[in-house]
Design a protein. Structure first.
Lengths: 271, 287
């Protein structure tokens, strides 16, 4: 059975696409056949982050509208042979996403033997976001440590609990995981950001990981490589932890405590 | 939402009926008009639907024109509502306004229980169904700001779902209906209304969520959103919570906006909110 995972947040710019790319790559690295779908029709980004923008010929909407087959539209990742990308259309209207159409594509992907289907949701609570989360089994709720992001995540959690297929059918609810991104322990210590504890207290869902604020995310995006591939970076290590926890392993949290820079660091700079 | 029950065809029985009449109540959005100008109305509607479109789509709508005198261009408004996938099912209005609306195909409806208040009434009533809302007399130690309530009400008014019923509220004889129990967290933007009964929430009521009951409200978890007990005017209704940190509390329409937190001995404590005369009393429970 394929497991459908939505990566969502409500607010834009918090790291959904970065997370979708690294999460799906991480699952594939663990040997799971994985596909990641860009639901942001009109504003596609995932193909850039995955570094396959030049290979996009057909897209998600083409498949829904029967203009291309799934095999034609799926792009195999350049590094991982069991990772595939289904890009969004840049030109179509978001109304092209219909519940029936999306359901058929998800079923077909499951029939093709995909173990994980990762849905990269657009920001907001419009059609694209509703479609990305409607069929989900699990949800990664990506949140930044600031109030508006936390509020939007709360709102999205409400939608997941009320407007998803699992909710409508009265099945076991979607498993919700909190993923904190762009977490800067120093700014938390300085009182500029909400702390991990504050956010957990407001949202009250299981924390699956904390991704530290880091320049390597931008670096990776610019290179078209999911940041999980950047060895020896905190961000990559944090995403590996997330994958491990998602797959059932217990791992202690990292990158959440602020360590005062030592004398050496203060003298010679470095971040 | 009322659903007609389809009886199985039973031709052998003499009592077989082709249809049944059953009572139904209906949740609907109340669209309150503040002016009659078509241009402004349509623009405002388009903006509101753009902001939160998917949430209201395919919802029944009652247009409340009771606070404007000038007659609205009803066909244009009805047409616009339909274009936005809203389904106008009735109108609240009087006199010529009502006649014009009926001529455009909207039946007159009454909104359950709540008397329509005159235009001069404070805006927060949009927020709190259906009993009349009056700001608490400036007595309590907690900051009470009707203006803040008004602006919040305005920003949220589009999301107000209202129960439309042809049955006026009457003290029901016999046993009271069982309390409504919600076993999940209520998140920002969600609203629950326990009609004619108590509401029990096991879990958090987040900022931006609303819990409303005609009876008492119990929240076993942090109450961080808005809580309105005695929504139809029961002044003996109370709000109980294990952790009080609300945006607004109201009983029988008397409300208090808590903008900057409660005093230390109440903030985040288990507490009861009740109405004494015209003012809300908040008491810590236990310790």
């Amino acid at each position: 059975m394929a497991r459908i995972v939505v990566v969502t947040s409500g607010k834009g710019g918090v790291g959904k696409t970065t997370t979708s790319a690294s999460f799906s790559a991480g699952l594939a690295m663990k040997g799971h056949k994985t596909v990641v779908i860009d639901f942001d029709v009109g504003l596609r980004n995932l193909d850039l982050i995955m570094g396959c923008e030049r290979r996009v010929v057909y897209d998600f909407v083409n498949v829904i509208q029967g203009e291309a087959s799934l095999n034609q539209a799926l792009i195999r990742d350049k590094q991982l042979e069991n990772l595939f990308i289904l890009p969004a259309s840049q030109t179509r209207d978001k109304d092209a996403l219909t519940k029936e159409g999306v359901e058929k594509v998800l079923n077909d992907l499951a029939d093709m033997g995909f173990e994980y289907i990762v849905c990269d949701s657009p920001a907001g609570i419009e059609t694209g976001a509703l479609m990305a989360s409607y069929f989900a089994d699990d949800a990664l709720v990506v949140t930044n440590p600031e109030v508006s992001s936390v509020r939007d995540s709360d709102r999205i959690l409400g939608i997941l609990s009320a407007k998803s297929r699992r909710a409508e059918k009265g099945e076991e609810p979607i498993k919700e995981y909190l993923l904190l991104t762009r977490y800067s322990p120093k700014r938390v210590a300085d009182g500029e950001m909400l702390s991990l504890k504050d956010i957990e207290d407001i949202l009250r869902i299981k924390l699956i990981g904390v991704i530290p604020e880091s320049e390597s995310v931008l670096q990776a995006s610019n290179q078209g490589v999911p940041v999980i591939h950047l060895r020896d970076t905190d961000v990559s290590a944090a995403y590996h932890d997330v994958i491990a926890r998602y797959l059932g392993e217990e791992r202690p949290l990292r990158f959440t405590e602020y360590e005062k820079p030592g004398l050496f660091k203060r003298l010679f700079g470095g971040k | 939402m009322g659903q007609s029950k389809v009886s199985n065809p039973a031709p052998s029985r003499k009592t077989a009926q082709a249809l049944d009449f059953k009572s139904a109540t209906l949740y609907a959005i109340r669209v309150v008009l503040h002016e009659a100008d078509s241009g402004s109305l349509l623009d405002a509607l388009a903006q509101r639907m753009k902001d939160a479109g998917a949430f209201f789509e395919n919802e029944p709508v009652v247009v409340d024109a009771s606070r404007i005198e000038e007659v609205v261009d009803w066909p244009a408004l009805v047409d616009a509502l339909r274009k936005h996938s809203l389904h106008p099912v009735g109108v609240v209005a009087e006199g010529a306004q009502l006649e014009a609306a009926v001529a455009a195909g909207l039946p007159a409806v009454e909104l359950g229980g709540a008397p329509v208040r005159p235009p001069a009434s404070p805006t927060p009533e949009q927020e709190v169904p259906p009993a009349a809302v009056t700001p608490e007399k400036p007595a309590g130690s907690v900051e009470s700001s009707p203006a803040a309530g008004a602006s919040e009400a305005a920003s949220d008014a589009g999301q107000t779902k209202r129960e439309v019923s042809d049955v006026p509220a009457a003290p029901a004889p016999g046993p009271a209906p069982a309390a409504m129990v919600i076993n999940r967290p209520l998140r920002s933007g969600q609203r629950v209304y326990a009609r004619n009964t108590d509401l029990i929430v096991v879990g958090v009521v987040s900022r931006g969520a609303e819990v409303i009951a005609d009876g008492n409200i119990h929240v076993y978890g942090p109450l961080r959103g808005k809580a309105m007990a005695g929504a139809r005017g029961d002044t003996s209704a109370r709000i109980f919570t294990t952790q009080l940190d609300p945006e607004l509390v109201a009983i029988a329409g008397v409300y208090r906006v808590i903008e900057t937190g409660l005093e230390d001995r109440l903030q985040n404590r288990a507490a009861i909110v009740r109405l004494e005369g015209e003012s809300l009393q908040i008491e810590a429970l236990g310790n």
